[in-house]
Design a protein around this ligand. Sequence first.
Ligand code: COA
Length: 324
Amino acid sequence: MFSRIIGTGAFVPEKTVTNDDLARIMDTNDEWIRSRTGIRERHLFEEDAKDKTQTAAIKASERALVMAEEKGLKRSDIELIIVATCTPDHAFPATACVLADRLGIGSAAAFDLSLACTGFLAAFSTASAYIGSGMYKNVLVVGVDVMSKLLDFGDRSTSILFGDGAGAVVLSGDERFRGSCESGVLGSIMRSDGSRAGVLSCDSIYKNEDRGGVLHMDGRAVFEFAVREVPKLIKELCEGVGSVPSYYILHQANYRIIEAVAKRLREPMDKFPYNIDRFANTTAATIPILLDELFRSGRLREGDEVVLSGFGAGLSLGAIYLRL
Ligand code: COA
């Protein structure tokens, strides 16, 4: 059975923080941030908001479910919920279990997984493998991160890069395409290199209720890793599938990374949609937030071929070739 996206949803908190706002609390400026990263603004939760991760996950999921329901899905048809997050509100229960209850899908199987910026890719490929095996037919996949829990606004080289947000997709097995390659996940590759774990890390996310430890990053090493490894992985994936997609939907970490990947793939920038300028890096949420924008604007349509690619802490990376 092949997996098809039948619903998408996204959520970011109301508060917008511009580069100029950051320049008021640290030694930075709009020109530096825009030219090095492509980011103009990000959305962050108010510091005293409660249950930030759950709130974002619920809101994005509600929107994805409404879209899926318009296509005939019943909420009770969801059999599995997977939440990718590295910033859950608690060590346990899993965000996915709370989400199941709050969405009125109380009996669904539910678990979280953690792979930071590659988390959504891991959750999506896990969901499609379950669907492919015939074990589950309808799966809600959520990428959510509240990076403001981990940011040190005294560190200008990391705190300017991230935002808070959530994105969700409903993946559904389509039996019409059983045994054919008409639709769904045509290829998927996931890789990791734990020998470089220290390049991007956070010691703890549970220092107290609202704040975790602090994110540490060797920005240049992450940049070079992404620019070198992501195009190689995408090339390998596309050669395996034997096709070239209409769009490459990359993890939104830095506009310059997206440009460099496009250049190495010898593909034009208009095949690389982006929204990092408005949301910054929302970690596990960047890809589903962008997918939601592209579906809702009509830029992505049934039959289009796309590559999704995520990369980040681990170090880890992944790419999925999808026919929508
Ligand atoms: N505002 C102004 N100056 C800043 C700054 C800021 N926000 N952050 C750093 N600088 C300064 C540095 O202190 C340094 O100054 P110095 O030369 O006087 O020491 C200078 O700018 C250059 O810093 P450098 O770190 O070499 O910049 P860079 O060109 O490598 O860009 C990143 C830094 C973080 C933007 C870039 O490395 C990057 O985006 N890496 C990838 C990070 C990422 O995407 N992580 C998540 C992956 S999932």
